[in-house]
Design a protein around this ligand. Structure first.
Ligand SMILES: [Zn+2]
Length: 291
């Protein structure tokens, strides 16, 4: 007898994330540039409100401006909305590795990364925890907030804090049971799914800001139960999935090579130091015998 295939409604449909880069360029605001921005903000607000601000209001705006350094992202003016082709960054895993490899505190490489990925939500924004929301430009990002976000992802991947991450981000039950459950906001865990009906039927979730895209990859990995560990190379901060190859210590072949070079240099340095000590001992003994 021919085996009956499951009813269509019971078939699983796979989905994937698609990250589309928006044309946003980033610059670092620090020193005089930041002062300029700080001075200009109340003026811009006044122009928008079409009235003078009171000294109290000016002081209030100045107080609310985050301390330097800041990163400012501006959306390039798009002339023709329907013909400008946006680029897709297809390899999200590599992008995430690149994000984890950024040296913490290095503003230039962070700005470079943001220029590569485009949109990133503002830190001071009320939608800080809501990366899926539409952004208004220019956006301002505090570097410290980016590093804190990265540490959160790290904790979630490395299992240090997976439980609290789950509680904070994903609903306890995916199925809302009450009216209220429907309204509990989990904005970072809120995605718009579209069906792609080409040769393969699949769901596609399109994301347009890098923070949400990185976040989505972490959610997907956690949902699949993938365990991670930190790359063993000194100075590398990239976690990688634990696969059947248990001996794997480094997140990439390149890191493995670098670690080997680091180790060899260390051995040579120790050798040189031992040699120096030996010579010093010898010469001090020599001096002793002269007395
Ligand atoms: Zn590594």
């Amino acid at each position: 007898m021919k085996k009956r295939s499951p009813r269509p409604s019971q078939q699983n449909i796979s989905f994937r994330f698609r990250f589309v880069k928006l044309p946003v360029t980033w610059e670092i605001l620090t020193g005089a540039r930041w002062e300029q921005y700080k001075a200009a903000t109340p003026k811009n607000v006044a122009a928008k409100l079409k009235r003078e601000l009171t000294p109290d209001e000016i002081a209030d705006f100045e107080r609310r401006i985050p301390a330097a350094p800041l990163l400012r992202g501006q959306m390039r003016k798009i002339q023709t909305l329907d013909s400008e082709v946006l680029t897709e960054i297809a390899d999200l895993r590599s992008l995430r590795d690149e994000f984890f490899a950024l040296p913490e505190g290095d503003l230039d490489t962070l700005a470079g990364f943001l220029n590569k990925v485009g949109a990133w939500p503002s830190s001071g924004d009320p939608s800080k925890g809501t990366p899926g929301y539409a952004l208004s430009f220019p956006v301002f990002v505090q570097p410290d907030e980016v590093w804190a976000f990265r540490r959160d992802l790290d904790d979630a991947l490395l299992d240090r804090n997976r439980q609290s991450f789950k509680e904070a981000v994903t609903p306890v039950s995916s199925r809302p049971k009450t009216w209220l459950d429907l309204y509990v906001p989990h904005p970072a865990n809120d995605f718009h799914l579209r069906f792609e009906l080409s040769n393969v039927v699949a769901g596609v979730v399109t994301l347009t800001n890098a923070r949400h895209a990185l976040f989505a990859t972490v959610l997907a990995d956690i949902a699949r139960g993938i365990r991670f560990k930190m790359c063993a190379r000194k100075g590398c901060t990239v976690p990688f999935p634990i696969t059947s190859k248990h001996g794997k210590k480094y997140h990439s072949v390149k890191c493995g090579h670098l670690a080997l070079v680091q180790k060899q240099r260390e051995v040579e340095r120790k050798k040189r130091e031992a040699e120096k000590r030996r010579k010093r001992r010898k010469s001090s003994r020599g001096q002793g015998s002269q007395r």
